[in-house]
Design a protein around this ligand. Structure first.
Ligand code: SN0
Length: 318
């Protein structure tokens, strides 16, 4: 069993309720991963993903190996049949098989290049490991998705929406400005997660920031941010670069920053963001520091998201 995308969740209701159960008793399966090792491979920086996945593994009794592959590993080649006379030292074929000798599960973070749309869509790093490793693979944010984040977000929504007493929530995914070109992964997986939920879900972004239409499908897109915010119960914010003009920053329009004035248009909405977040660029201090911000609980739920996934994989190994 791999966890490569939100599509690998067979029953979201079951996985979220498992996660909430684990959260109430994190050590109830502390022997399940005894004598098992997880290898965490990072091709990009990480704070929450690294520590929460390590914590999740520890709660299940596993041993963790961490490698910052971008700085400490050999530069990997992913193409087949190539003459390796350039900068790449090792082929993914050997690397994935070798790591499989030491680890029972391999988790990988490899962001989008934002340069080559086709290569990014093909998920060459994640799928390369999935193809050549002989152990289960977990996605810790790939070029296309961040399914551990999306599962944590689903857990956070499930816990918080109790205050709505059964009413279907209105959830808005809003683009916000950022100085750098960022990947689509977090937004993509959140969209896929929301498509599995009972919710009135709307995406809002300036024209030109459409996500991959193969992912958004028939999900409603509203280009007027104020209109999208009307009556919202949740404002999930994220910056992403253009998909159409692949990887380009086509606008940093500050009128899209999440402000207290904009939150006032909502139905006392809770603010969500995966972090890290650029204060007063993506969101004003007053919104992030407000009691309605769920960002720290989202980060906390990363542990139980990862623990749910690792528990299922470990149960499948037996
Ligand atoms: C990453 C992203 O996919 O947008 C990771 C989010 C979990 N975020 C960044 O790279 C932010 C970098 C920055 O300089 O703000």
């Amino acid at each position: 069993m791999n966890y490569l995308s939100v599509k690998d969740i067979d029953s979201i209701t079951e996985w979220v309720s498992d996660a909430i159960e684990l959260k109430s008793k994190p050590l109830s399966f502390k022997d399940l991963g005894k004598d098992k090792t997880i290898g965490l491979l990072f091709f990009n920086p990480s704070l929450r993903t690294r520590l929460s996945t390590q914590k999740a593994a520890q709660n299940l009794g596993m041993t963790t190996m961490v490698m910052n592959f971008d700085k400490e590993g050999w530069a990997l080649e992913y193409e087949d049949g190539i003459i390796m006379d350039q900068g790449k030292s090792e082929h993914i074929k050997e690397a994935a098989q070798v790591i499989s000798q030491f680890c029972d599960i391999i988790a990988i973070r490899a962001f989008a290049s934002l340069e080559d749309k086709e290569k990014d869509k093909a998920e060459i790093v994640l799928n390369g490991f999935a193809k050549y490793a002989s152990v289960p693979i977990v996605n810790m944010e790939s070029s296309v998705g961040h399914p551990l984040q999306a599962l944590a977000d689903a857990i956070t929504l499930e816990e918080d929406k109790k205050r709505l007493e059964g009413r279907k929530p209105k959830v808005v995914l809003s683009w916000a400005p950022h100085p750098k070109a960022l990947p689509h992964a977090v937004a993509n997986s959140f969209v896929e997660m929301m498509q599995k939920q009972e919710a009135d879900f709307v995406i809002t972004h300036p024209k030109g920031y459409e996500l991959d239409p193969e992912i958004t499908g028939t999900t409603r897109i509203e280009h007027d941010q104020a209109k999208a915010f009307e009556g919202a119960d949740y404002i999930y914010t994220k910056n992403w670069s253009s998909f159409d003009q692949y990887g380009k920053v086509i606008s940093k329009d500050p009128s899209w920053t999440i402000s207290a004035a904009k939150m006032a248009l909502t139905n006392d909405a809770r603010f969500m963001h995966c972090l890290p977040v650029r204060r007063n660029m993506v969101v004003e201090d007053s919104v992030l520091d407000h009691g309605n911000s769920l960002v720290i609980e989202q980060a906390n739920n990363r542990t139980f998201s990862a623990q749910t996934v690792l528990k299922k994989i470990l149960e499948n190994l037996k």
